[in-house]
Design a protein around this ligand. Structure first.
Ligand code: FAD
Length: 813
């Protein structure tokens, strides 16, 4: 093995489309001292048998970014690396059966245009001009995507591999990685051909990713589904039509029926995502195979009968064709269906680029993202949707299997903003879950924690069906209005399990923290909001900081941010400091509203005159707790932090005291309404690495006088150069719908910004948008338009202060 590489900067395990793209992008970034290990031949995993569809469509901004990038890359790749590929850009027609589906399309068209893509909506009449053989009588319209198409996945992988090799990267085929170990600052990857010492390892092992992850002491949250497509023989009408017009039919996606239908030569390829789907390798009698290279599962057409019949009704020509081949292959799923791209949680110098469900159309973008993570430690686009740290380790096998099946069976489903997916629920419960449920709570899961979204009143529609709407005034609306009114006029209580919290201790802890955050560390007894920037000044995260003692601090952050924020803190932690994750030990209630003090006065041994942004130890119903004088709802209020075991009696005592003061439980929908009225940002919505602190309007949380903090130089430079985009609050003259994430802001026919939050403010009685706008327009009174489901609605920029209680008089009361 004289030629076997014994050292490398990066070793990538897995030679599918994604591994090859990662290698190509690393080499492109100048990191050519990289080796890819493939246990069999390249493409032996899911890649060789993939259908190769390359859509750009996604209702997620970041996934759309990735897919758009892929499509762009694939167009030029063959010529760039001199490896011609079959890549047919046919365009696609995506059918809508309902008004809600058409709204989803209009939203995606808006996002797509913002990303520079000319997507379009077709009326039922127009559809046949794009796709003549189609039954359209029951359709409400369609989305036309001119960039969609299909690529040969094996050729794509080979082209990426060729490009990588020509830049100096190496590929070792028929060379499985068999284990890894850490030696000092290095990884040692073992293979039958020898060991490779390297700085960084990437798990790109596709559906084998879980097996590989175990070497790192990790259990990747994933499972494997069986996915099929069927090839149908030549249809003479398609052949003569194609020859006449000189191109193929656009790819058809009947998403409400849940399949795609693609012209394959002069026949069809039909690929359903069936509800009655099948998981593989999840039971003892169906163990995970040592090696499944280039293998398929047996055909299972019975599951697909409904879909075949439906497609035949949609495109009657299909009936004429003979079924010639079925491909049934393994396709991996995470619990939310998005891949894992980014740092491997808790493991130094290790990354993941695996568990891709759409790994052909995403490989290009994924390679770019992975290479940025490895070479720069951060990505150009905020990629939280794919960040491995969005899972925090509680997701057991059963959860992964159930969620994977749910996602697969609803692959094309609309994600409505008030809908909670029902499968594999009740995994993490608040100590007062039973009490809130008894009061009518309708739950949603946050990092697995069940939180009340709203409290149904007798007679309210609590069906899942009731939440399948874009409308603002769904079944929850009246109840949420009452919850907000209670918080405004009397008091509300929100049970908030799952807050992530870390205790930071050690000599110099506060000084260290000061170098990590942009603002001031609160003094002992006080608390404050802290913002963490990266070296480019972009918003990494936001935490509440309570200074418990000189060098003892509690850092409290979003439930979903647990693994992300812990990793960020640990990465920068200095010797002598200690960080402990206490998330599982504590529960939190938000008690807020003008009567909050009177309620606490009846039950709490505490000094309730202490001002806003202070904390104190207190006793309620004989139990110790911490009271923090703060309210994300923007009213007088306290967060009650208590040990899990003490929480039920505290809850009971507060609820009993509240009876005489109009206390009402409220949920996350009300909290969202209340917080947008205060201009409070939400993590990974309004606060993301897509924006700098200055763009995010967070300058009041920057202490320029501090000698140093992460991101300071970049922020200073940005301030000097002038901020080009700024946070703004808008009031929107909207009809029945609140603007979804990334609704575009227009002025004089030009896009001038985007919304990162849009919700109805019940206290101010208006639809509020929080977003980013061209800096020169971030002036109170500026008239703009917000595109909401294809309609441009009038909106006005507000003063740079909260719409509700701008002087914070109510909070300070
Ligand atoms: C029927 C079907 C149709 C599909 N159609 C599409 C489509 O139209 N569009 C689309 O975007 N996606 C499609 N997919 C999904 C797509 O196939 C996958 O998402 C994609 O191939 C994943 O690529 P990957 O590189 O992540 O994984 P893989 O292709 O599975 O590659 C992982 C590689 O790692 C290797 N490996 C594993 N363990 C080791 C080890 N220890 N050492 C060395 N090597 C190792 C494996 O041999 C394998 O080659 C389809 C999937 C199926 C099943």
């Amino acid at each position: 093995m004289a030629d076997f590489p014994t050292t490398a900067r990066v070793v990538i395990i897995g030679g599918g489309a994604v591994g090859a793209s990662a290698l190509y992008h690393l080499a492109k970034a100048g990191w050519s001292d990289c080796v890819l290990l493939e246990k069999n031949e390249l493409t032996a995993g899911s890649t060789w048998h993939a259908a190769g569809n390359v859509p750009t469509f996604s209702s997620s901004w970041s996934i759309m970014n990735m897919q758009r990038y892929s499509a762009q890359l694939y167009r030029g790749l063959g010529a760039e690396v001199d490896y011609p590929m079959n890549y047919h850009v046919t365009g696609s027609v995506r059918l809508a059966h309902t008004a809600e589906r058409l709204q989803e399309f209009k939203r995606v068209v808006g996002m797509g245009r913002y990303q520079g893509m000319d997507l379009d909506i077709l009326s039922p009449e127009d559809i046949r001009t794009r796709y003549p053989f189609l039954e359209t009588h029951d359709l409400t319209g369609a989305l036309y995507d001119p960039y969609d198409g299909d690529i040969d996945p094996a050729q794509l992988t080979q082209a990426l591999a060729k490009g990588a090799r020509s830049m100096g990267a190496r590929i070792e085929r028929f060379c499985p990685a068999t284990g890894v170990r850490r030696e000092g600052e290095e990884w040692v990857v073992s293979t039958p051909k020898g060991e490779i010492r390297c700085e960084i390892v990437v798990n790109a092992a596709g559906y084998y990713a879980r097996e590989v992850s175990k070497w790192f002491g990790r259990d990747v949250p994933m499972m494997v589904m069986s996915h099929q497509y069927m090839l149908f023989d030549t249809i003479s009408e398609i052949e003569s039509w194609s020859k006449e017009v000189g191109h193929k039919l656009p790819l058809l996606r009947d998403v409400d029926s849940s399949y795609y239908l693609r012209q394959e030569k002069y026949g069809f390829n039909l690929g359903p995502y069936e509800r009655n789907c099948k998981a593989h390798w999840v039971t003892k009698d169906d163990p995970f195979p040592e090696d499944f290279s280039f293998q398929l599962f047996p055909d299972d057409l019975e599951r697909l009968e409904w879909y075949i019949a439906d497609a035949m009704a949609r495109v009657p020509l299909l009936e004429k064709a003979a079924l010639t081949k079925v491909i049934n292959g393994p396709i991996p799923y995470t619990p939310d269906g998005n891949p894992l791209i980014g740092p491997m949680p808790g493991v130094p110098n290790a990354f993941e680029a695996c568990v891709f469900t759409f790994g052909i159309c995403q490989a290009g973008g994924a390679g770019k993202v992975l290479a940025e993570w490895v070479t720069e430690g951060a990505t150009e686009w905020d990629m939280w949707s794919c960040d491995p740290r969005r899972f925090t380790g509680w997701e057991d096998r059963d959860y992964c299997v159930q969620k994977g099946m749910e996602v697969y069976g609803h692959e094309y489903a609309i994600h409505f903003p008030h809908h909670a997916w029902p499968v594999a629920r009740d995994r993490r419960l608040s100590p007062v879950h039973a009490q809130t449920r008894a009061l009518g709570a309708q739950f949603g899961a946050y990092n697995g924690w069940e939180r009340a979204l709203w409290y149904a009143r007798p007679g309210d529609d609590t069906s899942e069906q009731g939440t399948q709407t874009w409308r603002r005034d769904g079944p929850w609306f009246g109840a949420v209005a009452e919850e907000c009114a209670a918080v405004r006029d009397a008091a509300g209580i929100l049970d908030l399990p799952g807050f992530s919290r870390f205790r930071l201790t050690g000599p110099g802890a506060a000084e260290w923290l000061s170098r990590q955050i942009s603002g001031k560390v609160p003094s002992v007894g006080r608390l404050g909001l802290a913002y963490f920037a990266d070296d480019k000044g972009r918003i990494v995260t936001e935490m509440s900081v309570a200074r418990l003692a000189e060098d003892e601090l509690w850092l409290i952050t979003a439930a979903t941010a647990q693994a992300h924020d812990r990793e960020w803190l640990e990465r920068h932690l200095e010797p002598g400091l200690s960080l402990t994750d206490e998330s599982a030990d504590w529960a939190t209630q938000i008690l807020t509203g003008p009567n909050a003090r009177a309620i606490l006065a009846e039950v709490a041994e505490a000094d309730l005159s202490r001002p806003w942004l202070t904390w104190q130890k207190a006793v309620i119903a004989g139990a110790d707790c911490l009271l923090m004088r703060v309210s994300f709802a923007g009213e007088l209020g306290w967060e009650i932090h208590s040990r899990n075991a003490d929480t039920p009696r505290i809850w009971e005592a507060v609820m009993a005291a509240g009876e005489g003061h109009g206390l009402k439980p409220f949920g996350m929908f009300a909290l969202n309404s209340l917080r947008v009225e205060k201009g409070y940002r939400a993590w990974k919505g309004d606060l993301s690495t897509d924006y700098t602190l200055l763009q995010g309007g967070l300058e009041r949380f920057i202490d320029w006088s501090k000698p140093a903090f992460r991101g300071k130089a970049a922020l200073e430079a940005e301030k000097q150069a002038g901020v080009t985009k700024r946070f703004a609050t808008l009031v929107i003259e909207t009809g029945d719908f609140d603007p979804p994430y990334m609704s575009t802001i227009w002025q004089d026919g030009q896009v001038v910004g985007e919304l990162t939050s849009g919700y109805w403010g019940h206290r101010v009685g208006a639809c509020i948008g929080l977003g980013m706008i061209r800096a020169d327009l971030a002036v109170p009174g500026t008239e703009v338009e917000v595109e909401v489901f294809g309609e441009r609605l009038k909106a006005r920029v507000q003063k740079d202060e909260p719409l509700w209680d701008p002087a914070n008089a109510r909070i300070r009361a």
